[in-house]
Design a protein around this ligand. Structure first.
Ligand code: MGD
Ligand code: MGD
Ligand code: SF4
Ligand code: MO
Length: 715
């Protein structure tokens, strides 16, 4: 028996874990009390890491399709198969015939951070898709336009603030996103404990909303109007005070003009928020000595995701709260360098998608159009797909259509530990090792962390016999894509030294750390197994800016051009039921449902307000048929006063009822796939992000519904 320390890779909170290990088995998981950042915090997902590692359904060898059946194969065979098929397809149809989809866990692993960019480059295809366009792309675009860099995203300095306004986020369940904040609940409670306050805007009384000083229920998709009204009120009441930001900002007067039509009265009906509440909120935000505004999924995966995401930081600027302690600050991770204060800025639409003519954003196309690119004949058609850590068959809108398209591909290669709804379409599945068997450093999330910290851990358990590190899998695919064949020298490709003491991943990380702002090294991080605290966030203006003007460009042209659409929507009444999503503490998108401890209770239910339930003839525990433009599902009803009237909620990541998967536990708790309802034609045009919240639906009792009695509640 021994202990090892690592970082939980499951969500963005990056909690330190203390693992108890017996041989090569993880027998217990605790929060690492000595972790400099998370200080012992742990959630049920992290606690299940041992069960996840030991999941009997986890793939332990590659699978290759022979005569229509996926069967175990050697790594050699698997890569040879990929090489011959991929090379043939690109030779015949060109590089764009191969699409790449990078899913969420790509950014949770060191391997993904180090090697996915190289794979993308070696493939040389324009058909790159990621989970970002069903998630945070609006924030990248907004910050790209404002500050010049898509990763230049400020985070609420929660530990030092006096007032937080949170919109469309439930950090008590999600533990934060684009905001690495281990123990978000504890930190938010501490904020209240020291006399501060936080307000939550959400159509549902979420766990976070329930713990807040104030919950503002809002009509889904209308945060853009509320945010504009807050800006309007700041100007109208003379509350705008940029303070230290004045000399770094251009475009303030233009923003005042843009916001003029959006008075609190003008938006009240559309948002379902009384004007006096909006006014009061603006005044509290301006009056707080230190404050920050933060928006997440409910403000990004919506009709006006980019404009809403932009407004969040406009508020941070207009109140002088950007880049100051207790406001919204820019982290400075150890593996990055300081900037120069100017740059090329950010543009989109350098090329367009073949079928729908959608603009490229950050080098990718919306995943909502992947099915179009596969299904539409003609030159440039997508014929092969590589998925890395993704389950688009469940996570992308109009997923039945995408699921059918995946079946039509000539070749699917998936780097994934499970045979699931997406990888069942694969010709080759290349499984990475479980979290316990891999090294960890957060290349992605330290950029959004509320303290500057650094931590590196070696694998807690050695790589199992026959397993291949994910870095090696990705690099091998990169070599194949680069035309070097299945047996290339990977160190030559990566520029690493096979005889060095550090592993290949460590050498690459070490180089970044040494060039980074603190001049650290892997060796130094190894000497700090509980992490190295590099202090609270510090001001980074103007060095962090990469705009051509060297200023914060508060009123960018693409935003201005999208505002007429916002105005038109303000005038348009939207009746009827709107569908939104939610997350539960024990889920993680689509892929933790195979861990028995995490699927207990009713998780995948349609939340309906009691008044709506009465009107629709629905009862708790009964079954509802939910219909949208693109599809229909039947879901178990959970009547709940937490839901605003006129809004229903169904979580995503469920629907484990497809044939050909190997997920015994998940299949026994299948739930329904909400993305059979979401619309692949509904996008935020500036970011290409799908509208997953605020989807118009019809709800009725399912035919033959027996109104089964209720057994307990899980919320
Ligand atoms: N436990 C758990 N944690 C996770 C995940 C998980 O699946 N489970 N997933 C991870 C990932 S990939 C991400 S991106 C993050 C997401 O992190 P969060 O954004 O915090 O996630 P959610 O819990 O979905 O919270 C979104 C909230 O927005 C509300 N909402 C919906 N529509 C609207 C709207 O139009 N306006 C407003 N104001 N609110 C709206 C919903 O009711 C919900 O409470 O969570 C991460 N952490
Ligand atoms: N309707 C609706 N749809 C949504 C959302 C929503 O709120 N509502 N949320 C969206 C969001 S925020 C996100 S991020 C996306 C997620 O969308 P995806 O990234 O497409 O899907 P995930 O469910 O995260 O699936 C992750 C996949 O990675 C695999 N995996 C797990 N660990 C590893 C690993 O270490 N290496 C590799 N190679 N594979 C691994 C899992 O087996 C699984 O197949 O879903 C989006 N879809
Ligand atoms: S909050 Fe996130 S990082 Fe922390 S233990 Fe839970 S899943 Fe892991
Ligand atoms: Mo996400």
């Amino acid at each position: 028996m021994r202990t090892a320390h690592t970082t939980c890779p499951l969500c963005e909170a990056t909690c330190g874990l203390e693992l108890t290990i017996d041989g090569d088995r993880i027998t217990a998981v605790r929060g690492d009390r000595l972790d400099t950042f998370s200080r012992g915090f742990l959630c049920p997902k992290g606690a299940s890491l041992g069960a996840l590692d030991a999941d009997p359904d986890r793939l332990r060898t590659p699978l290759v399709k022979r005569n229509g059946e996926l069967a175990p194969a050697s790594w050699r065979e698997a890569f040879a198969h990929v090489d011959s098929r991929l090379t043939a397809i690109t030779a015949e149809h060109g590089r764009d015939a191969v699409a790449l989809y990078l899913g969420n866990p790509t950014v949770h692993s060191l391997a993904g951070g180090l090697y996915a960019p190289g794979l993308r480059k070696a493939l040389g295809t324009r058909n790159v898709f990621t989970a970002s366009t069903v998630d945070q792309m609006p924030k990248h675009v907004a910050c790209g336009l404002l500050f010049g860099g898509i990763y230049t995203i400020p985070v609420p300095d929660v530990d030092r603030t006096d007032f937080l306004l949170l919109l469309g986020a439930d950090p008590f369940s999600s533990n934060g996103s684009l905001w690495t904040v281990p123990d978000a609940p504890g930190r938010l409670k501490a904020l209240r404990g020291r006399g501060g306050a936080f307000v939550v805007v959400d159509p549902r009384r979420s766990r976070t909303a329930a713990a807040a000083d104030q919950h503002v229920p809002i009509r889904p998709g209308t945060d853009v109007f509320l945010l504009f009204a807050l800006v309007n009120e700041l100007f109208a009441a003379n509350l705008v005070d940029l303070g230290h930001l004045g000399e770094h900002t251009v475009g303030v007067d233009e923003v005042r003009e843009l916001a003029r039509p959006f008075t609190p009265e003008a938006v009240a009906g559309r948002c379902g928020v009384e004007a006096r509440f909006t006014r009061d909120l603006a005044h509290r935000l301006a009056a707080a000595p230190r404050a920050a505004v933060y928006g997440r999924i409910g403000t990004t995966t919506v009709e006006f995701g980019t404009v809403a995401s932009w407004l969040v930081d406009v508020l941070n600027v207009l109140t002088g709260n950007l880049d100051r302690p207790g406001g919204a600050m820019f982290p400075l991770p150890a593996h990055t360098r300081r900037g120069t204060g100017t740059g090329k800025g950010f543009t989109t639409g350098r090329w367009r998608s073949r079928v729908r003519g959608l603009p490229e954003v950050a080098g990718e196309f919306p995943v909502a159009t992947l099915a179009d690119e596969i299904g539409t004949p003609g030159p440039g058609r997508v014929r092969a797909l590589i998925t890395v850590a993704g389950n688009p068959a469940l996570s992308a809108p109009n997923s039945d259509r995408l699921d059918a398209a995946l079946a039509d591909l000539e070749l699917v290669v998936s780097v994934d530990p499970y045979l699931n709804e997406t990888t069942r379409h694969a010709d080759v599945v290349l499984p990475p090792p479980p979290p316990g068997q891999r090294a960890h450093y957060d290349l992605a999330f330290l950029s959004f962390a509320v303290r500057n910290v650094a931590k590196y851990s070696r694998p807690a358990v050695p790589l199992a016999d026959g397993a291949l590190d994910e870095g090696e899998v990705l690099l091998r695919l990169t070599a194949i894509a680069a035309g070097l064949g299945p047996d290339a020298d990977l160190d030559a490709l990566a520029g690493t030294d096979p005889s060095a003491d550090l592993t290949r991943d460590e050498q690459l990380l070490d180089a970044r750390l040494r060039e980074g702002v603190h001049g650290l090294s892997v060796e130094e991080l190894l000497a700090h197994p509980h992490g190295l605290d590099l202090g609270p966030l510090t001001s980074r203006l103007p060095e962090i800016l990469r705009t051509p003007s060297g200023r914060i460009e508060l009123c960018p042209r693409p935003i201005v051009d999208d505002v007429p659409r916002v105005l038109a929507a303000l005038a348009e009444p939207r009746d009827g039921l709107l569908l939104v999503g939610r997350r539960h503490l024990r889920t993680n998108n689509s892929w933790l449902h195979n861990v028995p401890a995490l699927v207990k209770g009713r998780l995948c239910t349609l939340l309906v307000n009691p008044a709506d339930a009465r009107e629709l003839g629905l009862v708790d525990g009964g079954t509802a048929r939910v219909t949208s433009r693109v599809g229909e599902v039947e879901a178990t009803v959970e009547v709940s006063a937490d839901m605003a009237e006129g809004v229903v909620s169904l979580p995503h990541g469920w629907g484990h009822d497809r044939p050909g998967t190997r997920l015994a536990v998940a299949a026994a708790h299948p739930g329904v796939n909400v993305n059979r309802l979401t619309d692949d034609l509904a996008l935020d045009p500036l970011s290409g992000t799908a509208v997953l919240n605020g989807v118009r639906v019809r709800v009725q009792p399912a035919a033959g519904d027996r109104h089964r009695p209720v057994t307990g509640t899980t919320r």
